[in-house]
Design a protein around this ligand. Sequence first.
Ligand code: PDD
Length: 287
Amino acid sequence: MNNEVVYLNGRFVAPDQASVSVFDRGFLFADSVYEVIPYYRGIGFRLQQHLDRLVHSLRAIRIQANEDWAAILDELVQRNGGGSLSVYLQVSRGSAGYRTHTYDDRMQPTVFACTSPIRDIYGEGADQVQGYHVIVTADLRWHRCDIKSTGLLPNILVLQQAREAGADEALLVRDGLLSEGTSSNLFLVRQGVLYTPKRSSEILGGTTRELILELAAEAGIPYQEVDLRPEELATADEVWISSSTRGVIPVLSIDGEPVADGRKGPLWQKMFALFTCFQHRLMTGEA
Ligand code: PDD
């Protein structure tokens, strides 16, 4: 029942009924931004935070698109069965009808959204979570990583490098500091304290990252947003990565070396339990 209906510029249609101009700037220049939003049992997880970030990205690249995003996405999810779905939403600057580097503020943006099935991670429980094996490599991206741009070539090439090395994700290093993963944020635990790279234009302000910090504050887990050096990974008690569709994932090895004893750590177990409670509150309308 998934991916039967997509949204394109005001219409809900079958994928083969949706088409975009070859001159669309999203296609030609990656002149577009996006969001990936999980829905569980038809309810958006941190939907408002995703939409706030979308507005930030749109403003940052000066695309003017004011839609009732929540209404569009909720309807799309309902039309696709309303279960556990990941929603992809992309807004490009649109098409001038020919290829040109310069753009016009009056251009009509192209709005596209589709869904794909996701696992209900919190419904399944901590035992079902597979820990990650990661590599560490150079961050080759631009300096506006706070914008969720579809220009993902550096992310894609590095993820492929990780996959070919038998790993699940790559942690990125720029100017001697860890930034984040190719599609995830990074956390490190040392002596009961949670550390994560500071928010800046060098990383994406992850909605899951923000939720982890909120839940840590509520539960009295000390945390610090700091500069992290790759050498610190070797002495970490735990390392996690986070993203919307995967939640919080323990990293079990880095460049082939185990993180601590190479097992899911106790603070991760606690954070996973806090996420599960949060999701329950969301599903029952308490959060
Ligand atoms: N990626 N950092 C990067 C570079 C990302 O692409 C993502 C998300 C995150 C985590 O953000 P959030 O917690 O809001 O999902 C961090 C999405 C899932 C993607 O590209 O598919």
